[in-house]
Ligand binder design. Structure first.
Ligand code: GLN
Length: 266
């Protein structure tokens, strides 16, 4: 059972379009309710709005990983737990930008499609041609999609059928493990270095088929939960909700390799 959302007192926060938070996170780290879809969300520490980012570009040209030019990760911020992703990537040494409009994709080294409610995200994306622009962007740029993001990028979505970007060669079943109350935290083996990984599943989808170009990095009950297809990394759980940043580090490696022009099949 997830504790109550910091601000709106609903459990598991999805009802308020944000999330609850695992008990191990302190109240200060916990996610606020994301009622504020209008763009009034104050960027938490470590997350810069684009304008601020441009102004501080030279001052901030040294990332925490000692890079001369730290990578810039955009987080789609239409709905869902985008703030937790931005915080996790800022913590992992990246510059982060919240993306709410198609033109804000410009100049990003990588993009996160967060968890949330894929149907709601689709509604927002279907405005201003964002859906099409996003599809083109993700086809050409490293992308990390979690949960609802996984549903958005899948080639086929079932339960029920739903429009998607069709970029990940996989079939995904929505809400396959049951309702919000059936959400769970498991520690499972992965192909990542460093041993088993804690995984937070919240009304998670299930990947029931993957194509030959998709590498499975972790499974739950024989179904893939962390997969990679070239520069597209996809999780059905929420790495941004634990303090383990190995999945973020893997994505940052993918982004750096892409930026350095290395082969897409590395
Ligand atoms: N159940 C949500 C959907 O179908 C996804 C849940 C999540 O992102 N944690 O969009």
């Amino acid at each position: 059972m997830f504790p109550r959302c910091r601000d709106c007192a609903q459990r598991g926060g999805f009802l308020c379009s944000g999330f609850g938070f695992p008990a191990r996170l302190s109240r200060a780290e916990a996610l606020p309710c994301a009622h504020e879809l209008s763009g009034s969300v104050a960027a938490p520490p470590g997350i810069m709005k684009k304008e601020t980012m441009a102004k501080t570009k030279s001052a901030a040209s040294q990332g925490s990983a000692g890079e001369t030019h730290p990578v810039t990760i955009g987080v789609l911020a239409l709905q869902g737990d985008y703030e937790a992703h931005a915080r996790a990537f800022a913590h992992a040494g990246a510059r982060t930008v919240l993306v709410r409009k198609p033109e804000e994709l410009k100049g990003l080294d990588g993009l996160v499609l967060p968890g949330g409610e894929s149907t709601t995200m689709l509604k927002f994306l279907e405005k201003q041609g964002f859906f099409e622009t996003l599809g083109e962007f993700v086809a050409a740029t490293p992308c990390f999609a979690t949960c609802a993001g996984c549903i958005l990028v899948a080639r086929e979505v079932l339960h029920p059928r739903q429009r998607s970007l069709g970029l990940l060669d996989a079939t995904v079943e929505r809400n396959a493990y049951g309702r919000q109350i059936d959400s769970t935290i498991l520690t499972l083996p992965t192909d990542l270095p460093g041993g088993p990984l804690e995984m937070v599943f919240i009304r998670a989808p299930r990947i029931t088929r993957v194509g030959p170009g998709v590498r499975v990095l972790a499974q739950r009950d024989g179904f893939p939960v962390l997969v990679r297809q070239e520069d597209l990394l996809v999780a059905t759980f929420h790495p941004e909700m634990t303090s383990d940043t190995r999945v973020q580090q893997l994505f940052l490696d993918i982004v750096r390799n892409h930026r350095n022009g290395s082969l897409r099949h590395d």
